[in-house]
Design a binder for this molecule. Structure first.
Ligand code: HEC
Length: 472
């Protein structure tokens, strides 16, 4: 047991060192608009079709094993067919063989020039529009940190998508928590969100979402369990939810969780790469769900009496909902979600509502083809706000408390694609101001507010957690 822990610690340190390697940075979107109107170059194509996921500077290829390259000597195979299990789309319809060869050559040329990873050096004091703050790094050496929960003693539990759960305190790794179930760490799946029960001090329940492998080994889907923490071990585990159907797809698992004031647990599940799921009430995918803290299903859920419908469903027509949080004043639930290419959304989540995916959307397919011409339809909700081009939103939190007076009540949302934290100000339910915070951070995977009101942000590449400390 002890040697296991030591082994893991050294692995973390090594990956941490690797991630904090030389840096260069540009502000992303400028290059995208520069492309000439005539024949797009391989670089233009890369920036248009690939950079959203792989990064403007290909930084998301950093640490890649280049299996696709080793297999065929070039990358055209993977560009043509994609890697559906891992979340890489097919570009068969977008490109000719020559285009694909040119993009492949361009990537390999950049790889050989070692034009790759990014590390972050923040200024000593960041002066944003309404708030100055400095950055305190409270956890490092992580790969893809996904969720954060703050324990009453001030320590912080951090999930990592690979399937590990860590306890950090005082800026140091204190323990690796054992008893985490095996996760389907495939594509976007793995160990995901972690939250405490609102009455944690009395009952000790911790809620964790993850991608669970099917018992027969064929695919998997999003699951939620609760457990208690004893001597750095998860004990008394109870599974509360497991989405159907299981699938081999490696994309769109959701899954963030929040408790509302009445103690209901709300959580999101993505449509698992199958658009049709989102409008089909007979499965759990592309939905936001509502259950009791012990997994029982409330009898006043909107589709409890609908023949064949999944009774946990609260709202539907979502694509890949990520963040979910309660508005500090109205106490209503908001979520954010990934559109395809364009059309990322913030929604006000209402009971029984249909958010329209894929019947209405402001986005198009990754390969440039049209999904639907409709952006609005009777019986379907409009987003509060939509991002085109996509920022790749991760989690979202409303700023609560008085630590950051200039941001009070604003939404903070991570951007995976463009690597910053976005602040969105709502006035009477409409967005009136937007600001980019933490530009050139890593891929912003999570934003959390601690019980004492501080903002924490988790990024990948580099895999760190930082605290935003307000300064006058
Ligand atoms: C929707 C996100 C997404 C888009 C868009 C995307 N990819 Fe990928 N790609 C992935 C994922 C996920 C993987 C698998 C994990 C990894 O290797 O990072 C992957 C893997 C790859 C690999 C395999 C690397 C290896 O190890 O051999 C190549 C090459 C690649 N992508 C090229 C491209 C190119 C070129 C484009 C644009 C034409 C593109 N990708 C667009 C998500 C994407």
């Amino acid at each position: 047991m002890k040697s296991f822990v030591i082994l893991n610690l050294s692995v973390i340190v090594i990956s941490g060192l690797l991630l904090i390697s030389p840096t260069f940075s540009t502000s992303g979107t400028e290059e995208q608009t520069k492309s000439a109107s005539a024949q797009p170059s391989a670089k233009d194509n890369f920036l248009k079709y690939c950079a959203g996921c792989h990064g403007q500077k290909m930084e998301r290829f950093a640490g890649n094993t280049w299996e696709a390259f080793k297999a065929g000597g070039d990358l055209t195979g993977v560009i043509r067919s994609g890697l559906p299990q891992l979340g890489m789309p097919s570009f068969e319809k977008a490109f000719t063989q020559n285009d694909m060869k040119a993009i492949s050559d361009y990537i390999l040329e950049m790889k050989n020039k070692k034009e790759v990873p990014v590390a972050t050096k923040f200024p000593a004091i960041i002066r944003s529009k309404h708030q100055a703050f400095k950055i305190d790094t409270v956890a490092k050496g992580l790969d893809v940190p996904w969720g954060i929960a703050f324990l009453p003693d001030g320590d912080m539990l951090v999930t990592e998508r690979s399937g590990q759960l860590f306890r950090f305190g005082g800026g140091k790794l204190k323990a690796i928590i054992s008893g985490v179930p095996e996760v389907m760490a495939q594509g976007q799946g793995g160990l995901m969100d972690i939250i405490l029960h609102p009455k944690y001090k009395q009952n000790g329940w911790i809620y964790i979402s993850y991608s669970k492998k099917a018992p027969d080994g064929k695919g998997g889907n999003t699951a939620i369990f609760r457990a208690k923490l004893k001597n750095d071990q998860l004990v008394e585990q109870q599974e509360l939810f497991n989405a159907i159907p299981n699938t081999n797809s490696g994309v769109h698992f959701g899954c963030r969780m929040v408790f509302d004031d009445e103690g209901y647990l709300f959580f999101s599940v993505g449509e698992r790469g199958n658009k049709e799921n989102a409008q089909d009430l007979t499965n759990h995918c592309g939905k936001i769900h509502r259950i009791f803290d012990d997994g029982r299903i409330p009898t006043d859920n909107p589709f409890v009496k609908t023949q064949g419908a999944m009774p946990t469903i609260y709202s539907f027509g979502h694509r890949n909902p990520q963040g979910i949080d309660i508005h500090p004043v109205s106490r209503r639930i908001y979520n954010n979600e990934h559109g395809p290419r364009g059309g990322d959304e913030i929604n006000l989540v209402g009971k029984g509502n249909n958010y329209g995916w894929p019947v209405i959307t402001f986005g198009i397919n990754y390969d440039g083809t049209i999904i639907t011409k409709e952006t609005a339809k009777a019986g379907m909700e409009q987003p509060v706000f939509q991002w085109t081009p996509s920022i790749g939103p991760s989690s979202m939190k409303f700023v609560t408390g008085d630590r950051y007076p200039g941001w009070k009540g604003d939404i903070l949302s991570g951007s995976l694609s463009f690597k910053y934290l976005e602040r969105v100000h709502l006035e009477n339910g409409k967005v009136t101001e937007q600001e980019k915070l933490l530009e050139n951070a890593g891929r912003v995977r999570h934003v959390a507010i601690s019980p004492d009101g501080y903002i924490y942000v988790a990024t990948e590449s580099p895999g760190i957690v930082v605290k935003l400390v307000p300064v006058k």
